[in-house]
Design a protein around this ligand. Structure first.
Ligand code: ZN
Length: 189
């Protein structure tokens, strides 16, 4: 529960049972407080050079996860869709312009009272220039081949898994299909 007043119309919320649970609800506009959620996204960016594939990792330069290597990404703002948010996050962190090839993974977990979702995309490089490192946010950026991942220190287990997944991706993944006048739907293939 996070709201005292309705975020949509400003009315003071009252308690009522909704879906078998007491929740804060608005009596004037039907807003229901379902609790705290956050949405993040990560991008697996693969580079192919003379047949050798490598994956882009960034090394964080601030907490949490100081000096940890991860795939780039971050939290999606509430007023942008995830397709735009992942491209923005990668641009801000790396300077690179990318586009989505496929959605290849999803994680949901509970974190400090919040329900957190993380969506993983396989991305294609389309331009841009790597930012100067180190900077306030990023200590270093590099492309790593599979054998280098095995010996890289400070690589989070999640990012190690995702980097390997991207280097040897054999699945179909999901693509975003436009529906006339409605939000896109992610479907297999
Ligand atoms: Zn309301």
């Amino acid at each position: 529960m996070m709201w005292t007043f309705c975020p949509e119309c400003g009315q003071r919320l009252t308690k009522a049972e909704v879906d078998g649970r007491v929740r804060s609800v608005c009596s004037s506009c039907h807003f229901i407080d379902f609790g705290l959620y956050s949405l993040g996204a990560g991008g697996i960016i693969i580079n192919e050079d003379n047949g050798e594939r490598s994956v882009l990792l960034i090394q964080r330069n601030r907490s949490p996860g100081l000096h940890l290597w991860t795939i780039p990404g971050g939290y999606i703002d509430h007023d942008e869709i995830i397709e735009h948010g992942i491209v923005r996050e990668i641009r801000e962190e790396t300077g690179l312009e990318t586009e989505i090839i496929r959605m290849v993974g999803y994680r949901n977990h509970l974190e400090r009272g919040k329900n957190d979702s993380y969506v993983i995309f396989l991305m294609r490089l389309v331009g841009g220039h790597l930012v100067e490192t180190p900077n306030e946010e990023i200590a270093a950026i590099g492309f790593f081949a599979a054998d280098e991942l095995e010996t890289l220190d400070n690589l989070s287990e999640t990012s190690r898994y995702l980097a390997m997944l991207g280097l040897d991706y054999r699945g179909q993944g999901f693509t975003s299909v436009p529906i006339a006048g409605r939000p896109n739907i992610w479907v297999e293939g």
